[in-house]
Design a protein around this ligand. Structure first.
Ligand code: IVH
Length: 682
């Protein structure tokens, strides 16, 4: 919320006397900043600053509001309830979900233990230490071992019901096993592994979507998807570490909680530490710190907990956090280096991105020489100058980022950076679209854009043309052999042989893989075209629905919107892209070159068949080959899919049906045998 809307009473003379004007301005500015970063974090899942920097701002604000309570306004971000997602029903937690207090120093850990020793005088104290996953807090309700509901934390008392999404997470059991409790509200964290996070961002980049800042935001963004099929594709995971409401076999300690959860089939941490003194606790924190980068998930800290559950309830909680647990946050691994230059990269869609060229340095185990600076505003906000000493960090332990400047090391020779007014590749004027921060090259024939488009077209996720890497593409465009993506299919050996490092064998291989790409499935071509907002997943959906490029070209916006996975932005983007003159030229060129444009699906002629609107999955041994039965279904107007999901209408199960049958039962998909199928189809 902007500062001018904050309800500070500046007219009150008495308050003016007590509260210095600078303090009021400081509070107002802090509120503006916290509101701004809250929005980026909670609504957009795209934060610009680290959790540490956010905590620092927030703590400062709380501190000032405490000191000057007359200034606490109802709309201060400190009074706001966070983490509500739109489009979900909310439901109460049986036991409220609290948060943990963060600590950043050894001193604070010592104080925490001293406090406990005071609260539990002359009692034996055992603490456990677990990794703190940087994911999304979740609470699942199991009744007699059956998964009933999944809620996000929400405001701690009420959470958003994300049961359907939770059920797509493969590690989460729908049924617990063993001596299951009557009631279990289990608490844990949903996360995206670092590897999948990197893949997801690559895909988003290719689809022209903004990258997620870190795995936590990617997981939060994924869990807020309204379509469980999309959530499933994101490949989320979960780990559980505690409970809320509980009725079951007696459990006395945190270590027993973890053991029990594991026995019931819930994923838990493999390694935990135990400590009885501050020194042991700090030692455990240090040990976890050394191995934390090896975990598949991102950890930003360690959680220290009192092991005994009776001791936990005796020390109790403050209004916000338990007194029996604390989160120690590790210093993010940072390295100092110099900003040698800022170069400008031209992307596939013409967006100009400033890139930090750094003196190479090692951070969190790998060498960093470049880092994206996103846009000019970010450079100004950080006040970066060429020649500066800067601090580098890996956002989400993965993506290198410049996090700050060491201003005290400036010599006065540093240079300001300004985004160019002309494209560095083709000198065309740059433009800024209304409502966008990005600056673009205005020349649709820009050679740098063309190079990126060709690399993208040929990439493994699109047309998968081996041997067409950056260096080869650069040579081909420089030699003017490629003036558009379509020219790829006109290349001849005699044109390629004179190029650098292009022997007979490599030319033969390249031409063969270009030729082979003509018959790639339609979704690959759709992904390769680079239609804004259409990545691999959307391309598959479009191919499944339209079967040929021609039918996609004929589709109206309404028809596109009728597809569940297609939203307004994507529908408009597809519709407009297909009508741009240069897209039409490109498609004609590709068609002429013999590139496969898909095949008519005969089911389209049976739109009124008895299976209209149904989706089928086939499994087990049937009396006819599966392909023949699939064809029968299509002819009757139904769709056939290879995997069971929430969208499956029927599973046709033959003899010896296996995992698909299990899954269908779990998802409550109707299962039919062949005799029933014949009845339906007739
Ligand atoms: S225990 C009463 N254990 O970190 C709160 N929390 O910043 C009990 N978290 O709210 C939480 N790993 O969402 C606990 N091993 C762990 C954790 C963990 C991650 C999350 C959790 C918590 C947040 C606090």
């Amino acid at each position: 919320m902007p500062a001018h809307q904050t309800q500070l009473d500046f007219s009150n003379e008495k308050k003016e006397e007590i509260v210095p004007k600078q303090v009021m301005e400081h509070i107002s500015e802090l509120r503006r900043q916290v509101h701004y970063h809250d929005k980026l974090y909670y609504d957009d899942a795209m934060p610009e600053i680290s959790d540490r920097d956010y905590d620092h701002l927030y703590r400062k604000l709380v501190e000032l509001e405490k000191k000057y309570p007359t200034l606490i306004a109802t709309d201060s971000p400190t009074q706001r309830v966070k983490e509500r997602a739109e489009g979900f029903q909310s439901a109460p937690h049986l036991v409220p979900m609290q948060s943990l207090e963060n600590t950043y120093s050894e001193e604070e850990v010592r104080d925490f233990i001293k406090r406990l020793e005071k609260l539990l005088p002359s009692e034996e104290l055992l603490l456990t230490l677990e990794p703190k996953i940087d994911g999304v807090a979740i609470s699942l309700l199991y009744e007699n071992g059956k998964l009933i509901r999944g809620l996000t934390r929400g405001d701690g008392a009420m959470g958003d019901d994300v049961t359907r999404n939770i059920k797509t997470i493969s590690g989460i059991p729908h049924q617990l096993h063993g001596n299951v409790p009557k009631l279990l509200e289990v608490r844990g964290e949903v996360y995206l592994s670092k590897k999948i996070f990197t893949q997801l961002n690559e895909e988003r980049d290719e689809a022209g979507l903004p990258a997620f800042a870190n795995p936590r935001n990617a997981a939060a963004g994924s869990l807020k998807q309204l379509d469980p099929a999309v959530v499933k594709e994101r490949q989320l995971s979960a780990i559980f570490y505690g409970s809320g409401a509980y009725e079951g076999p007696e459990i006395k300690t945190q270590l027993e909680v973890i053991d029990a959860l594991k026995k019931w089939g819930l994923p838990t941490h493999e390694t935990t530490w135990e400590a009885s003194t501050s020194e042991e606790a700090l030692q455990a924190i240090c040990e976890l710190g050394k191995i934390r980068h090896d975990y598949v998930f991102e950890t930003d800290g360690a959680v220290l907990k009192v092991n005994s559950l009776t001791q936990q309830s005796r020390v109790g909680s403050t209004s916000k956090a338990p007194r029996w647990a604390i989160a120690f946050k590790y210093e993010p691994e940072q390295a100092e280096t110099r900003l040698l230059d800022i170069t400008v990269q031209v992307g596939r869609t013409g967006i100009l991105t400033p890139v930090a060229e750094l003196e190479p340095v090692t951070v969190a185990g790998s060498r960093v020489a470049r880092a994206t600076l996103h846009n000019e505003e970010e450079i100004l906000r950080k006040d970066l100058r060429i020649g500066d000493h800067v601090m580098i960090e890996k956002a989400g332990e993965v993506i290198p980022a410049v996090v700050g400047v060491l201003k005290e090391k400036r010599t006065g020779h540093e240079r300001h950076f300004k985004m160019p007014e002309h494209c560095p590749a083709c000198q065309a004027a740059v433009i800024k679209k209304e409502g966008e921060v990005a600056i673009r090259c205005s020349n649709i024939q820009c050679p740098a854009q063309l190079e990126r488009q060709i690399e993208y077209f040929a990439s493994r996720r699109a047309m998968d043309i081996a041997g067409l890497g950056e260096a080869v593409v650069a040579q081909l465009t420089e030699a003017r052999l490629l003036k558009s993506v379509g020219d790829l299919y006109q290349l001849r050996a005699e044109q390629l042989l004179p190029l650098e490092r292009m022997g007979e064998k490599s030319v033969e291989n390249l031409l063969r893989s270009i030729d082979e790409s003509r018959t790639r499935p339609l979704w690959r071509l759709l992904a390769a075209l680079g239609i804004p907002h259409v990545g691999v997943t959307a391309a598959r959906t479009l191919a499944e629905h339209f079967h040929t490029i021609e039918r996609l070209q004929a589709a109206t916006i309404e028809e596109l919107l009728a597809i569940e996975e297609v939203g307004e932005i994507m529908a408009k983007s597809i519709y407009e892209w297909l009508r741009e003159p240069r897209s039409i030229v490109l498609l004609n060129q590709l068609k002429k070159a013999g590139v496969h444009f898909g095949e008519e699906d005969r089911s389209s002629f049976s739109a009124d068949g008895p299976l209209r609107g149904t989706t089928w999955v086939l499994t087990g041994t049937l009396s006819q080959p599966r392909d023949d039965i699939a064809e029968l279904i299509r002819q009757a107007g139904g769709k056939v899919s290879s995997s069971v999901s929430a969208k499956t209408t029927y599973l046709l199960a033959g003899e010896e049906a296996g995992s698909k049958l299990e899954r269908a039962k779990k998802l409550k998909v109707q299962v039919v045998n062949e005799a029933e199928f014949r009845k339906i189809i007739n």
